[in-house]
Design a protein around this ligand. Structure first.
Ligand SMILES: [Zn+2]
Ligand SMILES: [Zn+2]
Length: 735
């Protein structure tokens, strides 16, 4: 390599908070930031991204390794996106190499070319459609594939066929030879619609919200759209997007994980005659890359996606929408712990585009910003179609004796719905049969061996499961402490309530929706379809029911264990409870069928319930914000949480005590407070002892200055390599 070879700073996915210098041959002297390169790192080959160029390095040139080769003729990351990632790396104190890695589609991380590759898929031919499938009954694999194709007129790709039969390759060959099936190529799931539907008549509040946002579409302007459930927030998004598209720009729409249903996507694809891409976890790696590239090239005019779509490249950004901005799924809970909502705000500001945060129950952080004028607050106070808010009644469980978790007034209300052929929805945020398996002779509770937690009884699977580490045990028939056989389940989960409903209402058609009952691919859609088609009388389920799905025929919502979370360990538990009940309640009723919400509680005097009865979000927020300002929690302070864990008891706490001492030894940052380390609320999980240390500051800048200096020292701490630790900026969960 000649002496004139230049030096590039390259980001590689390692846990080190820095870039690495590499030498480039003269013919590589024109690589620009955002270009992927292949480099050797330690003993491995890695895909890195060029961050900058210089003519000197801290290391002598002869110790620098050469760049293997450049993978892109044009950088895959445009400067605006690359700069956003650098900001995110600084803000979350997470290594830039890993941040970039998170933002890139898997295929690009692996070094594949950034080009759209057509994907093969198969459909039935007209000859195949006319075939009697019974003629395939002696070729079961072919029959299964054939039936799947018959049910999928848009065709199935290799991954989908492989999920149907491991012998799909031979089967499809045989079917093709008989001319019953043919293969095709498609570029990506780029939806588009030639005959778009017209916008419905809008209500005055919707019209004025759209007018307010579209009045000035150039420049950064954040809006908080607070619309009660059923108030038509999506129509406001669509109205604004219409204007953004007319200007030739793109819209990025973020939705919560569980809210990205085909119905939601449909509303966008049906409205506009433009290509739409959807970035979700169900895509295979090539589909994801194709969608990403379509967004980058500007061909996809609307990009809809969950959390990581906040990093989708956009050629002509015009608008960002964050639907259900309060939703916890926007926060990544491991590795690069970013908040997609907060990154979206920074992105909108840097790209100088408007951003709309929408919710029926905005987070207190966003509400406070809006009340102080940082965001423009837009209100949609009424439900569309003249529907009233459901009536909320509290059932005082101190006086009512529930049977399998169901009080008498609730059972009577369900019976009345059955009689009127209306649907009921029962919400219980606990899956399984019972959260505890207990010996009634001595009080022994079946514990998880690896966690400080009890095992949950799953009767249908015939197992005791740990919901924290996934451990599975046989159901113990004899108590290991007193040898008695008087063991019984304690408390209720969705499975038990389902069983009780079957007993109380033998004629009713019951659908249970939780993680256990929807494990199989397509099961959730199938169940929701049954509910919408009227093939279900009672739905029982967990928070999966509270998001994204509307059930217009549900006129009764029962909240079974409302108190769970009322006095939770986390300072946000009251806020979460309110959001959850408000969201679930919002599923009930419409104009011609008013809804009713029954809440079973042992604490009917709690102010959360009074606000729920009045549908008074702002009243709840006043109460909750006062509480936060008194305790000094966000949004009245900014937090960072240092977590540590170790299989050895005491190690994590010891590391955090050292970390605190290191922090206190730094030049004082007067407003930054480093609290005492404490064991996590559930100290032992999956065999590891966990502890945490909270750092708190009323202002963001001093906190971040401190964190930067502190982390540099922490990496050198004696125990830093002996425990597993991580920093969470703006933590959402205190566990
Ligand atoms: Zn016992
Ligand atoms: Zn466990």
């Amino acid at each position: 390599m000649s002496a004139t070879a230049c030096i590039y700073q390259v980001a590689v996915p390692t846990p080190l908070q820095r870039t690495f210098d590499y030498l480039a041959a003269p013919e590589m002297a024109t690589l620009t930031p955002g270009t992927r390169v292949r480099v050797s790192f330690g003993r491995r080959e890695m895909v890195g991204v060029i961050m900058g160029q210089s003519d000197r390095s801290e290391l002598p040139r002869e110790r620098l390794k050469p760049i293997g080769r450049a993978l892109d003729a044009q950088p895959v990351l445009a400067p605006s996106l690359l700069n956003l990632l650098i900001w995110a790396s600084d803000y979350y104190h997470h290594p830039i190499g890993e941040v970039i890695h998170t933002a890139l589609p898997v295929r690009l991380r692996e070094g594949a070319a950034a080009v759209i590759v057509g994907m093969k898929f198969w459909t039935l031919t007209s000859k195949g459609q006319a075939l009697d499938r019974e003629s395939l009954k002696r070729a079961p694999a072919q029959k299964r594939i054939f039936e799947a194709l018959a049910a999928a007129p848009q065709g199935l790709d290799a991954a989908q066929l492989a999920a149907i039969s491991p012998r799909w390759g031979a089967a499809i060959k045989a079917l093709q030879a008989k001319e019953w099936v043919s293969s095709h190529q498609r570029e990506s799931q780029l939806f588009s619609n030639a005959g778009p539907t017209r916008a419905p008549e809008l209500y005055p509040a919707q019209q004025s919200a759209i007018a307010a946002i579209t009045q000035e579409l150039a420049g950064f302007h954040p809006y908080l759209l607070h619309g009660v459930t059923g108030s038509g927030k999506t129509e406001v998004y669509l109205g604004v997007i219409d204007r953004v598209l007319a200007q030739g720009k793109q819209a990025l729409v973020l939705v919560p994980e569980i809210g990205l249903t085909p119905q939601v996507v449909d509303r966008f694809t049906r409205r506009f005659p433009v290509p739409v891409v959807v970035l979700h976890s169900g895509l295979n790696d090539q589909e994801r890359l194709n969608a990403w590239l379509a967004a980058r090239d500007g061909r996809a005019r609307i990009v809809i996606g969950t959390r990581s779509a906040v990093f989708a490249p956009l050629k002509h950004p015009g608008l960002i929408v964050v639907d259900e901005e309060h939703d916890a799924s926007y926060k990544q809970q491991d590795g690069f712990r970013y908040s997609a909502r907060d990154v979206a705000l920074m992105r909108a500001s840097r790209e100088a585009v408007p951003i709309v945060l929408g919710s029926a129950t905005p987070s207190l952080e966003s509400l406070k910003r809006a009340r102080e004028g940082g965001y423009t607050l837009l209100e949609l106070p009424d439900r569309t179609g003249g529907a009233g808010m459901p009536e909320v009644r509290l059932l005082d469980m101190r006086r009512l004796k529930p049977s399998d978790g169901l009080s008498l007034p609730l059972r009577e209300a369900i019976a009345a719905r059955l009689q009127r052929q209306e649907q009921s929805l029962l919400f219980l945020n606990r899956r399984g049969f019972a959260p505890v398996w207990m010996c009634h002779d001595c009080g022994w509770l079946a514990p998880c061996r690896r966690c400080d937690a009890q095992l949950t009884l799953h009767q249908k699977r015939g197992k005791l499961l740990c919901h924290h580490c996934g451990a599975e045990q046989e159901i113990t028939a004899r108590c290991p402490t007193c040898q008695g056989e008087n063991l019984h389940p304690l408390g209720e989960g969705t499975e038990r309530v389902e069983g009780a409903l079957e007993k109380f209402f033998p004629q009713a058609r019951i659908v249970r929706i939780d993680r256990d009952s929807t494990r199989r691919k397509g099961a959730l859609e199938e169940k929701l379809q049954r509910v919408h088609a009227g093939d279900a009388d009672i739905l029982v389920g967990t928070q999966m029911l509270s998001k994204g799905h509307d059930f217009p025929n549900v006129t009764l919502v029962g909240i079974l264990n409302a108190d769970q979370g009322l006095y939770g360990a986390d300072f946000r538990s009251g806020e979460r409870l309110f959001q959850m009940i408000m969201q679930v309640s919002g599923r009930a009723g419409r104009a011609d069928k008013p809804g009713e919400v029954l809440i079973q509680t042992w604490h009917p005097d709690h102010p959360v319930f009074a606000a729920l009865q009045r549908h008074d979000f702002h009243g709840f927020a006043d109460f909750a914000l006062t509480e936060r300002s008194e305790t000094g929690y966000p949004p009245y302070s900014h937090l960072a949480l240092l977590r540590a864990e170790s299989p050895r008891p005491g190690m994590a706490l010891k590391f955090l005590a050292d970390a605190r001492a290191l922090g206190l030894g730094l030049p004082p940052a007067p407003v930054v407070q480093i609290l005492e380390p404490a064991p996590a609320p559930m100290e032992r999980r999956a065999g590891r002892y966990r502890a945490q240390l909270l750092v708190q500051s009323p202002a963001r800048a001093p906190l971040h200055g401190f964190l930067g200096r502190w982390l540099a020292q922490l990496a050198e701490a004696p125990l830093a390599k002996k425990v597993r630790w991580s920093l969470d900026v703006d933590p959402l969960d205190m566990y």
